[in-house]
Design a protein. Structure first.
Length: 255
């Protein structure tokens, strides 16, 4: 079933992969669309500049003009090549600012997950479920699964022993920090890349639009085992998520 799902969606890195993973959040969709728009503009700029350089090499050289021109500059052409790039940058800036605002915007979250980076694993706390001392009762560490313990169909260097479980179509707040050195909690399909800094809390919002298992890795060089602290998030339907929460709470209560 998992292999069939990944045949339809690219939510993990593949060998010789080019391009982005399939987006699962509105932010990731916006990032990919913005990238495609920039490439579209870039193609026209490269073609035009290349054509101009080619014309200059063909038309203005020592063989065509034996006597150099005494023209130093032209006011009209300088105005043109200043205004046109500025106009292009303004066109790019408008959707860029909108995308940056959507990335940093924190809507009214239904769930808050605190993420702590360690050398070299992740810790997760569900801050909405706490005991009488206001301490989170749902918390766990997430370690990489050794290669010898992988099952058929598992991803090497991406599978963990405890996945983060989150519901679909729900506003989620992520709070990221570190217990030792700099880390970076990154999942490409979510369009999320949050630096984990010691003594500092960074936050971002998350709204996943489809169910599945999504993978990422630490994107900050944090030490010798930097490449061995993957991230795995499983998105479930709301009913299955509630069932998972109840099972975790019952485990804490000893029921």
């Amino acid at each position: 079933m998992i292999s069939t799902f990944f045949f339809c969606f690219c939510d993990a890195a593949l060998p010789w992969q080019f391009g982005f993973q399939d987006p699962a959040t509105p932010v990731a969709e916006g990032i990919i669309r913005f990238h495609h728009d920039l490439i579209f503009i870039l193609i026209f700029v490269v073609i035009f500049v290349g054509w101009m350089l080619f014309r200059i090499l063909i038309k203005f050289n020592a063989f065509s003009f034996h006597k150099p021109s005494d023209i130093v500059h032209g006011t009209t052409i300088e105005i043109i090549w200043t205004i046109i790039p500025a106009f292009i940058l303004i066109i790019i800036a408008v959707p860029s600012f909108s995308l940056l605002y959507s990335v940093d915007e924190i809507l009214d979250p239904s769930i808050t997950v605190k993420i702590v980076g360690h050398q070299w694993y992740w810790s997760y706390e569900y801050s909405d479920y706490y005991n009488d001392a206001y301490q989170p009762v749902i918390n766990f560490d997430s370690y990489i699964i050794p290669e010898d313990d992988l099952s058929l169909g598992d991803f090497r260097l991406l599978e963990v022993d405890n996945r983060v479980i989150l519901p679909v179509d729900t506003h989620i707040r992520l709070i990221v920090t570190s217990a030792d050195v700099l880390h970076s909690w990154t999942i490409p399909s979510f369009g999320v890349k949050l630096d984990a800094c010691p003594g500092r809390l960074n936050e971002a919002s998350l709204f996943v639009q489809r169910e599945g298992v999504f993978y990422g890795q630490c994107s900050e060089i944090c030490g010798v085992n930097h490449g061995f602290m993957p991230i795995s998030v499983e998105i479930l339907s709301l009913d299955k998520y509630v069932y998972w929460i109840i099972s975790k709470l019952n485990l804490f209560l000893g029921v």
